[in-house]
Write a protein that binds this ligand. Structure first.
Ligand code: UD1
Ligand code: UDP
Length: 373
């Protein structure tokens, strides 16, 4: 059985790592990996392949950045001949980025089965580009792999036949489990000049709704600086935000400089092992990332989500996540409160046991047997 997996952006690399590992253990599977090139900086792409032991992609489409239409169209245009040449039995797409939806569209039109990992999540906010990608991908995929029960319910409500939906758990948590010894051994504390026992927080921001409007971004920076009056808040800067953040009065930490005792401190995007290692000892995380809401839930680190909604409600009901919106006053209040309150113990969400990839591959193999019969 030939399975072609498609990745394009940072969170995709984390999700595909346990799947590629699992597929390579099954002798009946031939794996092909296509990188669309949506993310291309070493710190956003190559570093993840290395840290997560993902083999180099068989094909890189090199699409790069562009408007949504350009990027989506470029993935479709360049992926079609690759798919025609390789003719896999299944195309596996993960997450909700432009590469996910574009590759799924190409595959389904060439009559290739599509598996969508992380199907059914809904923020119910169509101004979010990812929500459109999720709706499009789920509407056309054949096998929908859900991370949480809310996703199964959303798909049922949308009329997806139950036999296509598989509640398997979360490959992001598989990645976290598999890489545990490596992120526990991170040298990020030495590199940042940070004492892992001292209180600090971690911030990530990259949603267009939060960072593309300079006023909104300034409000965030001011609120975060207030929270950071007594502890450092470390912000690994996503490339989308770099230029805009350069206009704000923020501190950039460069190699060899000591970590300030407080304040909002910007650093380059961190590698996966360094980032998770840093988060694992943090007192608090403030984020608008999807994946980080899930990782903090598993690590038991308090997480404040700087958005009006989440497509991952299980991180709130079972995890450490609180969706607090974007009001600067609320960010300051909740941030200061979280810093002074010890985290409550949590039980992990159902099936977030680190073995989702095995379940997904089992389903795919079952599908192949049915198709051949
Ligand atoms: C994309 C995904 C988003 C995901 C995020 C993960 C879409 C619509 N968005 O957002 O869902 O949460 O990745 O990080 O698919 N850039 C670089 N170097 C890179 C990549 C990007 O400089 O390696 C800069 C470019 O200026 C680019 C901008 O970042 O225009 C945005 O990149 P893009 O991939 O379009 O969207 P993200 O904001 O990264
Ligand atoms: N991440 C990382 N370095 C960073 C910031 C995030 O390795 O500096 C990892 C994080 O641990 C998670 C993934 O990137 O596994 C999440 O990606 P991102 O926040 O870019 O996308 P989203 O999940 O919001 O789609």
């Amino acid at each position: 059985m030939k399975i072609l997996s498609v990745v394009g952006a940072r969170p995709n690399f984390v999700k595909i790592a346990p799947l590629i590992r699992e597929m390579s253990r099954r002798p009946q599977i031939e794996t092909v990996l296509v990188h669309t090139g949506q993310h291309y900086d070493a710190r956003m792409s190559d570093g993840f392949f290395e840290a997560l032991s993902i083999p180099a992609p068989d094909v890189n489409l090199g699409v790069g950045s562009g408007s949504h239409a350009q990027q989506t169209a470029e993935v479709m245009r360049t992926f079609e001949p690759v798919l025609e040449a390789i003719r896999p039995d299944v195309v596996l797409v993960v997450g909700d980025v432009n590469s996910t939806a574009a590759a799924a569209l190409v595959a389904v039109k060439l009559g290739v089965r599509v598996g969508h990992v992380e199907a059914g999540l809904r923020s119910f906010d169509r101004s979010m580009p990812e929500e459109i990608n999720r709706l499009v991908t789920d509407a056309i995929a054949d096998d929908l792999f859900a991370t949480e029960e809310s996703a199964v319910m959303n798909l049922a409500r949308e009329g997806v036949p139950a036999e296509r939906v598989h509640f398997v758990g979360n490959v992001m948590i598989d990645a976290l489990r598999l890489a545990r010894p490596d992120w526990q051994a991170t040298r990020v504390f030495e590199e940042l000049g940070l004492d892992r026992r001292a209180p600090y927080g971690v911030v990530t921001l990259h949603r267009p709704a939060n960072v593309d409007d300079p006023r909104r971004l300034r409000d965030f920076v001011l609120a975060l600086q207030e929270v950071a009056a007594t502890v450092p808040l470390i912000l690994p800067v996503h490339p989308r935000v770099r230029t805009r953040l350069a206009r704000e009065r923020v501190t950039w930490l460069t190699a060899g400089q000591p970590m300030p005792a407080n304040g909002l401190v910007c650093v380059e995007p961190l590698g996966y092992l360094d980032f998770v290692g840093l988060v694992s000892h943090a007192r608090l995380v403030l984020t608008d990332s999807g994946g980080v809401q899930e990782e903090t839930t598993m690590l038991g680190i308090p997480c404040l989500t700087l958005r009006e909604n989440t497509e991952r409600p299980v991180t709130v009901t079972h995890g450490t996540n609180r969706v607090i919106g974007v009001s600067p006053r609320r960010i300051v209040e909740e941030g200061l409160r979280a810093l002074s309150t010890p985290p409550a113990p949590q039980t992990p969400p159902p099936l977030w046991d680190g073995y989702a990839a095995g379940r997904i591959v089992d389903v795919l193999l079952g599908v192949a047997i049915e198709a051949a019969a």
